[in-house]
Ligand binder design. Structure first.
Ligand code: UD1
Length: 417
């Protein structure tokens, strides 16, 4: 079992090139199976979730190879429409393969994704939308059997909530469906824009991505292309939160500041100084660091739920009291116990957490509870006095490509053992 061992208190200084976005690479890898020919995805992060997506593609009969940061998918030989249950368990976001497999094969059998460490993860919005597009769904012992007796067709779909996963599944099903699909109250996350751009480069006809209304006109066939995955805004936020917590000056390259406005505004409120270029951020940690009044997670362009734990870790040492409200997931404060064990003063009540800044955190032995919760523990460990040991780091490896190497390159003392 691997773990991270951190000696806290080292200021961070230097330059980091930000990895490609997991939440864009996964749906785009799924989209590649719709293409006739080979797709070449550049700037793919090397993560266990990306490896899991490749295993799913291979299992479906595609040829998928990884070389450095390039994932190549040749969907020519795809012969199966079944995603075995073990893959659904390994990666909850495997559900985004549903729309793509339906588009390519006209049917899909997959395990029903259960709850996860963040609480229940329903897919009712995905299924309701697909039904409107001609999909018949039968559930048997937790397995979903999806078929399209008369083919997939376009539909007008209104999402009750701008779900990221549901928007992606509808897009993937719609690009080769017959006729036009309109999604209203669609998710506006930058990763949706990246998926739409990839699909358009493959020949899809899509308009309105990044707004609440997306229109897709189905085409008969897509072709492969070469596409660079966008930078990961949550990973970028993690490195900035680490610098804010421990102090120092960081320059991020290969980042898109325009996608991070709600996050950068919080750092500014915390007294950090930020200047941005088109694809770079120069960041000076605030001295002192101030608490924020209220930080509420919301769909994009609001503050992202994925950055909640990370900012909470940085706020543990900020002067004053911060209130954090989690509106997206029911169970996203599992990192709080570990932070408290390290000396943080945090109280939770339902979906709110109240963080009173303390002078110092101290090192401790903690277990990563989930991906971003684990990242919060990394940040706390970097600024805590003494040694922190983090176990269950497979959670962190789902979303961070060699985080110990990145952090060491800017002065942190962290090893993986
Ligand atoms: C969510 C986040 C996304 C993040 C990802 C991984 C939002 C809006 N989405 O995406 O930014 O990268 O987790 O942490 O912040 N829901 C339903 N029925 C459905 C689908 C969703 O009720 O069919 C509810 C969920 O219970 C949850 C909310 O909608 O409360 C967020 O859903 P959604 O955006 O679909 O989640 P992900 O796609 O996993």
């Amino acid at each position: 079992m691997q773990k991270f061992v951190i000696q806290g208190g080292r200021h961070l200084e230097g330059e980091i090139s930000v990895q490609g976005a997991k939440n864009s690479a996964l749906p785009i890898a799924a989209a590649a199976l719709l293409c006739d020919g080979t797709s070449c995805l550049e700037n793919c992060p090397r993560l266990s979730d990306v490896f899991a997506a490749c295993k799913i593609l291979t299992n479906l009969g595609c040829r998928c190879s990884i070389s450095g940061n390039i994932v190549t998918v040749d969907a020519h030989g795809m012969h199966s429409s079944e995603i075995p249950e073990q893959f659904m368990c390994e990666m909850r976001s495997s559900i985004i393969f549903l729309g793509a497999v339906l588009g390519r094969m006209g049917s899909c059998t997959l395990g029903y994704p259960g709850g996860c460490e963040l609480g229940p993860r329903p897919i009712n919005l995905h299924l309701q939308a697909l039904r409107r597009m001609g999909v018949k769904i039968r559930e048997e012992n937790g397995i979903l059997h999806c078929t399209t007796p008369v083919g997939l067709h376009g539909a007008r779909i209104h999402l009750q909530f701008p779900s990221v996963g549901a928007t992606e599944n509808i897009l993937l099903a719609a690009v080769t469906a017959k006729g036009e699909t309109t999604i209203s109250n669609a998710a506006r996350e930058p990763e949706i824009i990246d998926l739409a751009r990839f699909l358009r480069r493959c020949g899809a006809v899509i308009a309105g991505e990044g707004t609440g209304t997306i229109t897709v006109s189905g085409v008969a066939q897509l072709h492969g292309c070469t596409y660079p995955i966008m930078p990961d805004r949550i990973v970028a936020a993690t490195w900035l939160a680490a610098a804010a917590a421990v102090g120092g000056v960081l320059r991020l390259r290969h980042v898109c500041p325009a996608d991070m406005e709600s996050i950068l505004a919080v750092f500014e409120e915390m007294n950090c100084r930020i200047s941005t270029g088109e694809d770079s951020i120069c960041f000076h940690a605030g001295t002192p660091l101030y608490a924020v009044r209220t930080l509420k997670t919301m769909p994009y362009p609001g503050f992202p739920t994925d950055a909640q734990a990370i900012l909470m870790a940085a706020l543990c040492r900020a002067k004053g009291t911060s209130v954090i409200e989690e509106t997206i997931f029911e169970n996203r404060f599992r990192h709080v116990d570990a932070l408290v064990r390290m000396g943080a003063d945090i109280r939770t009540a339902g979906r709110a957490a109240i963080v009173n800044g303390v002078q110092e955190l101290h090192g401790a032995a903690v277990e990563a509870t989930d991906l971003r919760g684990g990242a919060a523990m990394l940040i706390a460990g970097l600024c805590a006095a003494g040694e922190t040991v983090i176990t269950e780091i497979h959670h962190i490896d789902r979303g961070y490509d060699s985080p110990e190497q990145v952090l060491r390159s800017v002065g942190a003392e962290i090893i993986r053992t």
